[in-house]
Design a protein around this ligand. Structure first.
Ligand code: GCV
Length: 710
């Protein structure tokens, strides 16, 4: 094959690149660059190999997404390898990277005939090494431009994580079609459950674009995210004004954000209020059966699509925590969702409807969503998706998987995870949630036989649903390091990677993030990975034992953060004899019956119920023996002492890395760990004393416990 002739037939557009990324001007050490900091490669052997393969970039197309991919390649190579690769329309020397979508690049098609048959999805990509006429080429391609962008980020990741790029034949496909982040940002700039400063979206200045929006879009694309819901699901309660996004003024602002997102393959979605026809349209009703309401939504949706043709759709929280919904008109959730979905349908838009509903105070909260939604099985339209929180309570450090997963096989389902750490220490405590998310995704519901995992349900594999995926309530804000706690960036990244491929292990994801962020020094990689991987169980240990959940304070300035077991009796049911919420069939609320027979039997039986969820399903005496042989009360004491002690150790381990981590980052994380240790001691003492006070049983190792008057 004569490479020269092939190249002369291709169309190449070389556009001068202005490296406009804002972070060029921002200090290297404040965390702003997140995992795309592109540290200089130190290993001389690898540096030589990389230089041989990255001399020039050949771009086979000219469009906004491919331009983003090309800019990223230039940035990454320049920073990591110390030279700017040539941009060419012809091969000059050996070592070219060719980027372009397979179907739009005759050149790539010629070099890799029939390659597309290797790719199943529109987002999947290949990174392939070729040697033609003694010259080395790396082709990054996929069926779409978006796939090429993902391929470029992954190619750069190979360099960041010090892997060989010689003789590559790498094909990577996303498991989930929808990989969304959900902002709980309000137009006023505040963020509900946000712990990293104010919102990154400045509505008062939009449609003016800020460099941070571009960097945010890069962040999202680098982990494979393809949709972003830009505002809070609460749109009216407590005078929130999220409903405004449907007004013409805000649609113009959204249009400019959508343009930025589009160039990174991210679709824009918004949360809307079910009563918008009343609030904005000044109609008398929001009844989903009222023709004027139906018409109002159609006209509104058409208006949005006329400005944002690739608009993703709506996310709706209805009849939940003060957000109004169809029940006011005695209509069902399906009635409400389908009416809105109908307006979106001609444009290919999606209607994502949340299943987070509760409110019957006399009923077990865990059981309510299932009770409500199960009745609507089979009634939702094809472009409606029900978005379900991972657990039946509310993003606790430990709770079982929601029984709704898989219980509605005819209904599109999405998993909602919480990246922002509402109940897991805000941005003070390190609590790396990837291991928790893995457990959720791997959980076998047994609803269609063995192997009916949550992962297979929300990726559409089990029931062949048309629209499925994973959403994460994002933890970014305007803090210079995006996430408040620098190490919380690992949660952001981990969520993205799992939404792309839930089969990755926690260890693989952690290894990627640590190497991309800190480089490949073995001591740093081992220690930081270990600290991250242990942090979820550590947090659980010193806060909430055995699945009891909800021991933190309720509303207030800093809610869901401090220990307040005395105020949460209705969740833990602790008294002087025992603790735990009886959800069994015989003596409890019967919630266990919402699971498949296999799981309900397992949870219902105190001998087979896993220890870590014992108090979620059973009320037991303090002297009940766990499988570990310890009594429940002794377990509570010990896990709290151990958890706090482990934070102290983590701090020491972090200190030992002082000469290997950027000084500012090191100082910042140390400061966070110091605060975490203080808080862990507060949790340990409050919870231990609370249970000692109730039970009167001392620690069998004679450690000091105090009688308090709660
Ligand atoms: C956005 C919990 C949180 C609320 C959140 C709600 C929800 O109740 O505390 O802040 O509201 O969940 O997920 O809708």
């Amino acid at each position: 094959m004569k490479i020269k002739t092939i190249f002369s037939t291709g169309i190449f557009l070389i556009i001068p690149i202005i490296l406009m990324f804002s972070y060029v001007n921002i200090s290297a050490e404040n965390g702003y660059k997140f995992w795309l900091n592109y540290k200089k490669i130190k290993n001389e052997r690898l540096l030589e190999e990389y230089r041989n393969y990255c001399k020039e970039i050949i771009v086979a197309e000219d469009n906004e997404i491919i331009n983003s991919a090309r800019n990223e390649l230039v940035l990454g190579i320049s920073c990591m390898l110390g030279f700017k690769p040539d941009l060419t329309n012809d091969t000059v020397s050996s070592g070219s990277i060719l980027i372009g979508s397979y179907l739009n690049s005759p050149l790539i098609e010629k070099l890799l005939p029939n390659f597309e048959t290797n790719l199943k999805s529109f987002d999947g990509y290949g990174i392939i090494s070729l040697e033609v006429n003694d010259k080395l080429y790396t082709v990054i391609t996929g069926k779409t431009d978006q796939a090429v962008l993902y391929g470029v980020f992954n190619f750069l990741k190979l360099l960041q994580t010090n892997q060989s790029i010689d003789k590559l034949f790498l094909i990577d496909e996303p498991v989930n079609k929808l990989r969304l982040v959900n902002h709980w940002d309000n137009p006023s700039g505040t963020i509900e459950r946000g712990y990293a400063g104010r919102s990154i979206f400045h509505w008062d200045k939009l449609p003016t674009i800020e460099p941070r929006y571009i960097d945010y879009a890069r962040m999202l694309a680098s982990m494979g995210i393809n949709g972003c819901v830009i505002n809070n699901v609460n749109t009216v309660k407590h005078n929130l004004t999220g409903w405004k996004l449907l007004t013409p003024e805000y649609i113009q602002k959204m249009k400019s954000l959508a343009k930025i997102f589009r160039s990174y393959g991210v679709k824009l979605y918004i949360s809307v209020n079910f009563f918008s026809p009343v609030i904005i349209g000044k109609l008398n009703s929001a009844d989903p059966f009222d023709p004027s309401v139906i018409q109002w939504w159609k006209v509104k949706v058409n208006e949005i699509y006329s400005q944002i043709p690739d608009f993703g759709g709506f996310l709706v929280k209805a009849d939940s925590e003060g957000e109004p919904g169809p029940m006011k008109y005695s209509r069902t959730h399906a009635d409400g969702a389908n009416m809105m979905a109908e307006a979106l349908k001609p444009h290919g838009g999606l209607l994502i409807w949340r299943a987070f509903v509760y409110g019957h105070n006399d009923m077990d909260r865990a059981a309510q969503a299932y009770e409500v939604f199960k009745h609507d099985e089979g009634k939702f339209s094809e472009n409606v998706i029900i978005q379900i929180k991972n657990g039946p309570i509310d993003f606790q450090v430990r709770e079982p998987v929601s029984p709704l997963f898989g219980a509605m096989p005819l209904t599109n389902q999405m998993l909602e995870l919480q990246i922002t750490q509402e109940y897991t220490g805000h941005s003070t405590h390190l609590c790396y949630l990837v291991p928790q998310w893995k457990e959720i995704l791997d959980f076998d519901t047994y609803l269609n036989g063995k192997g009916s995992t949550v992962n297979k349900i929300v990726s559409g594999q089990l029931f062949n649903n048309s629209h499925t995926g994973i959403a994460g309530v994002i933890n970014v804000g305007s803090d210079s390091n995006w996430t408040g706690h620098f190490l919380a960036q690992a949660n952001t990244f981990g969520f993205g990677r799992l939404s792309w491929n839930p089969y990755l292990t926690s260890e693989q994801i952690t290894d990627e993030w640590v190497k991309m962020t800190f480089g490949s020094d073995k001591e740093v990689v081992d220690l930081v990975s270990n600290i991250l991987l242990e942090s979820w169980l550590t947090y659980e240990n010193y806060t909430s034992p055995l699945g009891v959940g909800m021991l933190s304070n309720g509303s207030g300035d800093i809610s869901h953060y401090y220990p307040a077991p005395e105020k949460r009796q209705k969740f833990h049911h602790a008294d002087k004899f025992g603790v735990g919420y009886d959800r069994t069939e015989e003596t409890g609320t019967g919630f266990v019956n919402q699971y498949s027979k296999t799981n309900s039997e397992m949870y219902n039986n105190i001998d087979t119920c896993p220890d870590e969820l014992l108090l979620f399903f059973h009320h037991v005496p303090y002297t009940h023996k766990l499988k570990s042989g310890k009594t429940v009360i002794q377990h509570i004491y010990e896990s709290h002492f151990d958890g706090a002690e482990r934070v102290f150790e983590m701090k020491k381990e972090w200190i030992s890395l002082s000469d290997k981590i950027d000084i500012e980052i090191h100082k910042h994380v140390l400061n966070k760990l110091e605060q975490q240790y203080e808080q862990a001691c507060l949790w340990r003492d409050t919870i231990n004393n609370f249970f000692f006070n109730l039970s009167g049983i001392p620690d069998d190792q004679g450690r000091l416990l105090k009688n308090n008057n709660f």
